[in-house]
Write a protein that binds this ligand. Structure first.
Ligand SMILES: Cc1cc2nc3c(=O)[nH]c(=O)nc-3n(C[C@H](O)[C@H](O)[C@H](O)COP(=O)(O)O)c2cc1C
Length: 159
């Protein structure tokens, strides 16, 4: 059951003129955050460093969005998109993020992300889009749970 309480509906506005930066190792463990990142997410930098970046994951975000992030950056490309994150106090904030690799002497060593604010219209549009994606993901899951084991095995053989 999804636990939704009032504090989840409080939005933190992302400032216009400050960069929100984080870096992770190749597995997505946070290695650096700037002060603005810490402030917006409601954590102390020391509470974030060493943790998986999904510490700020919001339950409204569909799985497929992050699958796309990881496939893109592991492929050496830059991912740009909209992310709704959850604060320590369970409030939320929207960012337009750019996620990409950090290279040292041509070798991929870490990943980095820089974020900017999102317009009010875009937030509404993205909320609807992610709600739809999440719904589709849940529907897919439901179909699979109704299959018999042999049907599931047959399906697995196809993919
Ligand atoms: C540099 C970098 C920045 C990321 N920033 C975020 C972020 O702001 N919010 C978020 O939910 N996931 C972010 N992710 C993706 C997470 O690593 C993770 O894949 C995502 O939260 C989904 O969690 P899960 O893989 O446990 O399902 C980032 C990943 C990298 C490499």
């Amino acid at each position: 059951m999804i636990d939704t309480t009032y504090d989840m509906f409080i939005e933190t506005e992302v400032p216009e003129n400050e960069l929100i930066i984080s870096r992770t190792d190749l597995k997505g463990i946070i290695t650096y955050v700037n002060d603005t990142f810490a402030e917006i997410s409601g954590y102390e930098p020391s509470e974030l460093i060493g943790k998986a970046h999904n510490i700020v994951r919001h339950p409204d975000m569909p799985k497929s969005a992050f699958k796309d992030v990881w496939e893109t950056i592991q492929d050496g490309k830059v991912w740009r998109g909209f992310i709704k994150n959850m604060r320590k106090d369970r409030g939320y904030y929207w960012v337009e993020a750019e996620v990409s690799g950090v290279y040292k002497e041509g070798e991929l060593t870490e990943y980095k992300s820089i974020r900017e604010p999102v317009s009010a219209e875009k937030k509404i549009q993205m909320q609807k889009f992610y709600d739809k994606l999440r719904q589709e993901e849940e529907d897919k899951h439901r179909v699979v749970t109704y299959l018999t084991t042999s049907q599931l095995e047959a399906l697995k053989a196809l993919v």
